[in-house]
Design a protein around this ligand. Structure first.
Ligand code: GLU
Length: 284
């Protein structure tokens, strides 16, 4: 059986300028794409209506062009595909695998007794057993709500066929990685403001774009457990994954927009050339 051509993707969120960590990830994606004889696509992950800014999308495109990276068109912008995510959510709801949750962050914080793999308060399950008629009435009334995956229902269904896991790939070859999504609890699959979440849109898009190999930072490795679960529930293929190490700042912390790490634009303004950055990212 011949394998389909490799398709990779670099998927930044336009809520800040790109920094060296993004350059490293984008260039590594291209390197793997070349090695596999495939292509790397660009996806703009802009589902967050508040934090995503059109001028930052423009800036990302300009930074990547400056770095010498060119992507096949069209570029997928997640904000233009809300109907698709709404349908994916509706499928999970119809399967009895998702329920509306009316809890505020403060409600959850005050009741949580554990943390999820990201270090956020683990959802204590408050709305899990709510009377469906009451929940429907509240939704009708326009009460803000998220949608949560019912882990208790999702896990047995997903594991019915076979164990959950994915194939990890890298320079040393491939290996099977079993995953356990349970520590995430009833994760949010649709936020209050949009009919999706990072988890739901990323698995949908990877499938729609035919992504065969995902190359992304180690900070998303734990989330892959939820992604594999959603893929199984929605009947989508699971790509191969490579979680790369994170580029750190001088204090040994990972680079982050939120901490104001030096952006590629600032490096460029300081006279550093794209070739230098490409070389640094190869050798770091
Ligand atoms: N949009 C995510 C980010 O900027 C990356 C998602 C992914 O690669 O799965 O962190």
């Amino acid at each position: 059986m011949t394998r389909p051509p490799a398709i990779l993707r670099f998927a930044p969120s336009p809520n800040g300028r790109l920094h060296l960590g993004h350059a490293f990830s984008a260039l590594l994606n291209v390197r793997f794409a070349e090695h596999l004889g495939g292509v790397c696509r660009l996806r703009i992950e802009d589902i967050d209506p508040v934090r995503s800014k059109p001028h930052l999308t423009e800036a990302i495109l300009a930074d990547l062009t400056w770095l010498g990276l060119d992507y096949p068109r069209p570029i997928r912008h997640q904000s233009r595909h809300m109907d698709e995510y709404r349908s994916a959510l509706a499928r999970l709801v119809a399967l009895g695998l998702a329920y509306p949750c009316f809890c505020s962050r403060a409600d959850i914080r005050s009741r949580a007794t554990a943390f999820d793999p990201d270090g956020a308060p683990l959802y204590p399950g408050t709305c899990r057993h709510r009377d469906p008629r009451e929940a429907a009435a509240r939704r009708e009334r326009g009460d803000p709500h998220t949608w949560r995956l019912s882990m208790a229902h999702a896990l047995p269904r997903a594991r019915e066929e076979r164990a959950l896991g994915y194939i990890a790939f890298g320079d040393e070859g491939e290996s099977w990685v079993p995953v356990d999504p349970a520590p995430w609890g009833d994760a949010v699959i649709a936020r209050r403001d949009v009919p999706t979440s990072y988890h739901l849109s990323v698995v949908h898009d990877d499938a729609v774009e035919g992504v065969t190999h995902v190359v992304r930072g180690a900070d998303l490795e734990a989330a892959t457990a939820i992604h594999v679960l959603l893929q199984r529930l929605l009947g989508l293929p699971t790509p191969r994954y490579h979680h790369h190490r994170l580029i750190q700042d001088a204090d040994g912390r990972k680079l982050a927009k939120s901490r104001g790490s030096t952006s590629l634009a600032e490096l460029r303004a300081a006279g550093i050339g794209a070739a230098e950055i490409r070389l640094w990212c190869r050798e770091v």
